[in-house]
Design a binder for this molecule. Structure first.
Ligand code: PMP
Length: 466
């Protein structure tokens, strides 16, 4: 192994973990007869587990987070220096890295203006939802409180974020949810038959899928709808890029019905989709709110941002004599300076190492490798995504598009593990039908890394499906 872990340390850590840690998103019964995986060390694209086994991480910390890779000394140094100088003060006051990061971030987001710091993607989304509700009360006499969200999109694990959750597997058993969150249909061309739009394709399909949002607005009453919250490329719902024509029509609809557009960049933000800093920037849209988290500091510190336009900000400062006229919200750890200090250095690395360009180039390579696998393996129904953010949907029959049994998709993930590569599987929309392999390697990936990942997938598919 890379580090200096003795057998004694190791068995203690495993015992402590098994006795006391409640892991996220996994069932614990299997740990009665096997050990959980404990990741001990990471460098670049690779991590080492408790047994010294080396893994190529094709999902950036399992949930598309570590965009600049592991073991970045300069980020650790920036955080250390900032911690020694000034670790924390509530964000009612300002901080040096908070101001400098906000300035840098807004430079990358023409049209946006104000950064609200908090800790997680869920929390950033909650901030935007609260602002929409407050605007409804301030500007529309308590109307326009409804927030639309899309089937298959995910916006977080807190209860209001789950109320905006389009993934039924995640939501099951956690209701009742908050009122006035209303679901709109997905825009996934591969499964357009679910929308009754199988006769349309390309741009015509994209426009028709966006019109389904308009139908919901008209059904609910435009004077009741305050905002529409969308992922630029749906992540956990199956790595879904909207078709041509979708986004311009979405923008038009929001404008026509005075609906604020909230773009959730928690996964796509900070370069994940290549070329641009944010997913929405590929489509020329102008959001009112943009939320981001994971890649902001690549997991070196917990930081999330809710970014709003100056027009939104202005709504909260128009009457200083009104004691209720500001955003009455706080996030204690939004005042941690480790976050913006790490984020500033994270951004410098992405710029200096041309990682947006690398992401585009390596994303294209990975897409073409996966498309070649689609020619070879009948089980691959669809390959999709943008930049280094790709999905491979597995189906038992290409005509019916019936998802493969989830246990088979999980076997592919396990087989990739046998070849030393960590990949993910998702979908989350239908409980028990997770059939989409997902890939989000760090933006530093090389051609060799990409080929190693897709070779492992090739071998795994052969082992599982023949
Ligand atoms: N939005 C999206 C699109 C996400 O994928 C996630 C997390 N996977 C979240 C929000 C929630 O982020 P967090 O887990 O940091 O609360």
């Amino acid at each position: 192994m890379h580090g200096t872990f003795t057998d004694n340390d190791l068995s203690h850590v495993i015992d402590a973990d098994k006795a006391h840690v409640w892991h996220h998103l996994v069932q614990h019964k299997p740990f009665e007869s096997s050990d959980p995986r404990i990741i001990v060390e990471g460098k670049g694209m690779r991590v080492w587990d408790q047994n010294g086994k080396e893994w190529l991480d094709a999902v950036s910390g399992a949930v598309w987070t570590v965009n600049v890779g592991y073991g970045r000394e300069s980020i650790c140094k920036a955080v250390y220096d900032q911690m020694m100088k000034m670790c924390y003060f509530a964000q009612a006051a300002g901080s040096v890295p908070g101001a400098l990061y906000a300035e840098k971030l807004i430079e990358k987001m023409p049209g946006m203006s104000r950064v609200y710091y908090c800790n997680s993607g869920s929390e950033a989304n909650e901030k935007a939802f609260k602002m929409v509700r407050q605007i409804a009360h301030k500007k529309y006499g308590g109307k326009k409180t409804k927030i639309l969200y899309r089937d298959r999109d995910y916006h977080g694990s807190t209860l209001a974020a789950m109320s905006a959750g389009g993934q039924d597997e995640r939501n099951a058993q956690y209701g009742p949810f908050a009122p006035d969150f209303v679901r709109v249909p997905h825009c996934m061309e591969y499964r357009k038959h679910e929308l009754g739009l199988e006769h349309l394709s390309g741009e015509a399909f994209g426009i028709a899928a966006a019109n389904l949002i308009e139908e919901v607005i008209l059904r609910e009453g435009p004077d009741t709808v305050g905002a529409l919250c969308l992922e630029p490329v749906t992540a956990g719902g199956g790595v879904i890029e909207a078709p041509e024509g979708y986004w311009p029509r979405v923008q038009e609809i929001c404008k026509q019905y005075d609906v604020l557009l909230h773009i959730d960049e928690v996964v796509c933000g900070i370069g994940r989709t290549g070329t641009h800093w944010f997913g929405y920037q590929h489509y020329g849209i102008k959001p009112d709110f943009v939320t981001m988290a994971k890649g902001v500091a690549s997991g070196y510190a917990a930081i999330a941002c809710m970014v709003a336009t100056e027009e939104v900000f202005d709504l909260f400062k128009d009457d200083p004599s009104d004691k209720m006229n500001y955003f009455r919200d706080i996030s204690t750890f939004g005042g941690c300076t480790a976050g913006p200090a790490a984020a500033l250095e994270n951004m410098r690395i992405i710029e200096d190492e041309n990682l947006l360009e690398n992401c585009t180039a390596m994303g294209a390579r990975m897409m073409s490798n996966l498309q070649a696998l689609q020619e070879k393996h009948a089980v691959i129904g669809d390959v999709r995504g943008k930049g280094l953010f790709l999905g491979v949907e597995l189906v038992s029959d290409r005509d019916s598009k019936e998802p493969v049994d989830e246990t088979l998709a999980q076997k592919v993930v396990a087989e990739c593990g046998n070849h030393g590569v960590i990949i993910g599987v998702t979908n989350r929309s239908v409980p028990g039908r997770n059939n989409t392999l997902c890939f989000s390697p760090a933006l530093i990936a090389t051609a060799d890394d990409i080929d190693q990942i897709t070779d492992a997938v090739d071998k795994a598919l052969t082992t599982v499906f023949g």
